[in-house]
Design a protein around this ligand. Structure first.
Ligand code: SAH
Length: 273
């Protein structure tokens, strides 16, 4: 008997608040029979899945190591090849520091079709949540979205070029390496007094922000214990941060914590070995 294969859908859930899902994402969630969900995805998003849908949480939890990427790809492929309607839910946008490109390649290499549903990326929607318009033309001709993490081989962004660019810099995954980032930008010639901001847990009830400068940025992160997930915003738009926007009013969907759903252990067992 032949099995009908469905495209695997990579969905961006946006940052934090489940109300930031697109209508297209909600439609795809309603069709899904299996959902692989990253940690940064708000549990409230699961309310759009069918009760019968199987949920597999595949992110980092409580300091545990993240699920290996190869395992996630193998699981998506196996489920799709069994005829399941698989959705892969990622925080923000799946193609912005989300490994969505790698996953799409792996799926296509396995002969599966892929659909991508974009989401609001934290680097734009996060600063916006505290009133920072990252490309305000009175301040910057554009924005660079960069990672604070180097690649495995140690190669990271060209900080010296970024320091000269005049662009707003939004640094993802930069809190733990704030010192290195600040040093590299200062070495590249960016003035220590350049306005900066740290935006943490944007679009969640824990949303926090702090205005600072390049040279006080590390102190601000530490003093306020601004924890991950957080973004560094560097450039004069950071001065526009309106701290009265923290914390935001809780939305109806955000207020409803997810009810525990069927666990993923059987799926994991099936794929091991
Ligand atoms: N694909 C995601 C980014 C994944 S990388 C996107 O498009 O948004 C994870 C990093 O995103 C975190 O380390 C943090 O820098 C940032 N991030 C994600 N959610 C965030 C949030 N709610 N508030 C602030 N930063 C966030």
């Amino acid at each position: 008997m032949s099995i009908t294969l469905h495209p695997v859908t990579l969905i961006g859930a946006g940052p934090g608040d489940p109300d930031l899902l697109t209508v297209k994402a909600v439609r795809a969630l309603r069709q899904a029979t299996v959902a692989l969900v990253d940690d940064l995805v708000h549990p409230g998003v699961q309310r759009y899945l069918r009760r019968s849908a199987r949920i597999v949480r595949v992110g980092k939890r409580g300091g545990c190591r993240s699920t290996p990427q190869a395992f996630i790809e193998r699981l998506m492929i196996a489920e799709a090849q069994r005829g399941e309607r698989v959705v892969r839910l990622k925080g923000g946008d799946p193609f912005v520091f989300g490994r969505g490109g790698e996953e799409a390649d792996a799926l296509r290499a396995a002969g599966l079709a892929v659909t991508v549903i974009s989401g609001l990326t934290a680097g734009i929607a996060g600063p916006a949540a505290v009133g920072i318009p990252v490309t305000d033309r009175r301040h910057a001709p554009g924005v660079a979205l960069v990672t604070g993490h180097g690649k495995d081989d140690g190669a990271g962004p060209d900080w010296a070029a970024l320091a000269r660019s005049g662009l707003t810099l939004v640094v993802y995954m930069g809190v733990a390496r704030a010192e290195t980032v600040v040093q590299a930008l200062t070495d590249g010639g960016l003035a220590p007094g350049t306005p900066a901001a740290v935006v943490s847990a944007a679009h969640t009830p824990r949303q926090r922000a702090r205005r600072c400068t390049l040279c006080t940025l590390c102190g601000a992160v530490e003093a306020e214990a601004l924890a991950s997930p957080a973004l560094l915003v560097i450039g004069s738009v950071a001065d526009l941060a309106d701290l009265s926007l923290c914390p935001p009013a809780q939305t109806e969907a955000g207020a409803q914590a997810a009810v525990p759903r069927r666990q993923s252990a059987p799926v994991r067992r099936r794929l091991r070995g």
